[in-house]
Design a protein around this ligand. Structure first.
Ligand code: UD1
Length: 430
C-alpha cells in the first residue's frame, strides 16, 4: 500500500484549481438510472469513489463512457456519459457496496424506473454505525415493499411508486437524495419535509429539473415533487467541491501561507470561511476565486460544532482540529453528526498535539509546533487532517493507508507540491 511522505514547515503559496464535487457527482451518476437517454456529466473528478460508482452502474447495465476532459470555464474534470437504456440487473452486490456507502443511492432510482432493486446493506464504517432506516422507511411510504434479508435490502414496487407526504425524523443527505431520485418518477405529488439542504442536493435538483422533473423548494426544508412518467437525458456540469476547497484553505492557514482557490464557490463555503476569519485567517473573495492567507502570528482558538448545512460541515471537522492544534488557547470542537468521528485524534497526538476527547467533543489546546511522525489514515477526511498536520509539522511525517485519500482528493500530492509543499507518494515495493 502506498504511503505519503511529507516534510513540513514550508508556507504554501500559489493557486489550486478546485475539482468537481465528489458528493454531488455520486447521486448525479445515479440519476442516469431514471432515463433511457444519455446523461452527460461534465467536471467529474477523477477519484476512486467515482470509479466504484461507475463499476456499480455498469453491472446494472448502464453504459458508462468517458468523453474526455472538460477544459472550459476553468473546469478540469472529465466528461462522463451514462446511458441506462437497458437496465439488465437490479442487484447491487456486497463486494461493491461495502467499498462505498453512497452505493445505496441506486435503490430509489432503480425502484422508480423498473419496480425492483436489491442492494446490499452498507454496514458500519470507521466513522460510525450509519444506518439506512430513513431510506427504507421513506421508500415504504412511497408504496414499496421492503424486506431486509441475508444482508440485502430487497425492495419491490410492482405497480410503481406513488407520491406521499414524508417528514424525515432526522436530517439525512443520503435519504433526501434517495427519496428525491425515487419521487421524480412516482405517480402524483410527494412532499419531503425536514430535508437536508446541502448544496450537493441543490445540484441534483437542478440536474433532475433539466431532465424534466417537477421539483419545487430547492434549498429549503421542504421539497415538493410532482411525479412525471418519463425523464429525458441532459448535460450537466458538476458543482465545485466545497470540502476539497475547505481542506486546501486550511492547508494555506496551517502553513501560514497564501493560496488562491480557483473556482471555489464562496456561498457554499460560508460557514467554513466565517470560522476561518474568526480564527484570524484573511479571506479575500474575488469573482469565482478565494484567497486564503495568514501573514503573521498564531491563529486564535475558536469553538465549533458540526451541523447539517448551512452549519459547519462534519467533513471538515478533522481538518479543523489539525488547524487548531497550533492555535493560541483552547478550542472545543463538537461532532454532532457522526458518533465516532475522532479516529484522527490519537494520530495527531502522536505528532505532539494536545487533544482531550470529552464525550462528543475534542478539546484542543494549541501547542507551539507539531513534530513529524509515522501515522495511519483511518478514513477519508481523517487522512486529510493528517496531511495538514504533516504540512505544518517540524520534520518528516509518513502517512500509511492513503488509499482513503484517493477516494476523495484528486492528485492531492501534485496540487500541494505545486504550491510549494515537500510531499511525495511513496510506492510500496513489497
Ligand atoms: C453524506 C456525505 C458525507 C457527509 C454526510 C453528512 C455523500 C456521498 N456523503 O453522507 O460525506 O459526511 O452526508 O454531511 O454525500 N442516518 C440515520 N438513518 C439513515 C441515514 C442517516 O440515522 O437512514 C444518520 C447517520 O448515521 C448520521 C446522520 O443521519 O448520523 C447524517 O447522515 P447522512 O446525512 O445520511 O450522511 P450520508 O448521506 O451517509
Amino acid at each position: 500500500m502506498d504511503k505519503m511522505r511529507i516534510t513540513g514547515g514550508t508556507p504554501l503559496c500559489g493557486k489550486i484549481i478546485i475539482g468537481g464535487s465528489k458528493n454531488a457527482a455520486l447521486p448525479l451518476m445515479c440519476a442516469s438510472l431514471l432515463t433511457d437517454n444519455s446523461v452527460v456529466l461534465a467536471n467529474v473528478p477523477h477519484l476512486a469513489d467515482i470509479t466504484t460508482m461507475a463499476n456499480l452502474l455498469s453491472q446494472h447495465g448502464v453504459d458508462v463512457s468517458l468523453e474526455g476532459q472538460d477544459l472550459r470555464d476553468g473546469h478540469i474534470g472529465r466528461v462522463l456519459s451514462l446511458n441506462a437504456g437497458n437496465i439488465s440487473n437490479t442487484i447491487a452486490p456486497y463486494d461493491l457496496v461495502r467499498k462505498m456507502r453512497a452505493s445505496i443511492l441506486v435503490l430509489g432510482p432503480l425502484l422508480a424506473r423498473v419496480g425492483e432493486a436489491e442492494v446490499s446493506l452498507p454496514g458500519g464504517c470507521a466513522i460510525g454505525t450509519r444506518p439506512v432506516d430513513l431510506h427504507i422507511q421513506g421508500l415504504e411510504k412511497l408504496g414499496a415493499k421492503v424486506f431486509v434479508q441475508n444482508g440485502y435490502i430487497r425492495a419491490t414496487a410492482n405497480k410503481g411508486l406513488t407520491g406521499a407526504h414524508i417528514v424525515f425524523p432526522k436530517i439525512s443527505v443520503g435519504a433526501t437524495e434517495n427519496l428525491l431520485l425515487a419521487a421524480v418518477l412516482a405517480e402524483g405529488k410527494t412532499v419531503l419535509e425536514n430535508v437536508a439542504k446541502e448544496p450537493e442536493i441543490g445540484d441534483l435538483v437542478n440536474c433532475l429539473i433539466s431532465m424534466g422533473a417537477k421539483i419545487e423548494g430547492k434549498g429549503t426544508d421542504t421539497l415538493t415533487i410532482n411525479g412525471v412518467k418519463k425523464l429525458m437525458g441532459t448535460r450537466h456540469t458538476i458543482m465545485p467541491d466545497r470540502i476539497e476547497a475547505g481542506t486546501y484553505a486550511m492547508a494555506a492557514a496551517i502553513t501560514c501561507g497564501s493560496i488562491e482557490l480557483i473556482g471555489a464557490n464562496q456561498e457554499d463555503m460560508s460557514s467554513t470561511l466565517d470560522n476561518l476569519i474568526m480564527a484570524g485567517v484573511s479571506v479575500k473573495k474575488k469573482n469565482e476565486n478565494i484567497t486564503i492567507e495568514v501573514s503573521e502570528g498564531r491563529l486564535k482558538s475558536i469553538n465549533i460544532g458540526t451541523e447539517p448545512y448551512p452549519g459547519f460541515p462534519t467533513d471538515l471537522q478533522a481538518q479543523f482540529i489539525s488547524l487548531m492544534t497550533g492555535a493560541q488557547g483552547k478550542s472545543i470542537i463538537s461532532e454532532t453528526i457522526f458518533e465516532n468521528r475522532f479516529m484522527h485524534v490519537p494520530e495527531l497526538q502522536r505528532m505532539g498535539a494536545n487533544i482531550d476527547l470529552v464525550g462528543g467533543s475534542a478539546v484542543v489546546t494549541g501547542v507551539s509546533y507539531l513534530t513529524g511522525a509515522p501515522v495511519m489514515a483511518s478514513d477519508l477526511r481523517a487522512s486529510a487532517s493528517l496531511v495538514l498536520a504533516g504540512l505544518a509539522a517540524k520534520g518528516e511525517t509518513l502517512i500509511s493507508r492513503i488509499y482513503h485519500l484517493d477516494r476523495g482528493y484528486e492528485r492531492l500530492e501534485e496540487k500541494l507540491a505545486n504550491v510549494g509543499a515537500d510531499i511525495e507518494r511513496v510506492k510500496d515495493e513489497t
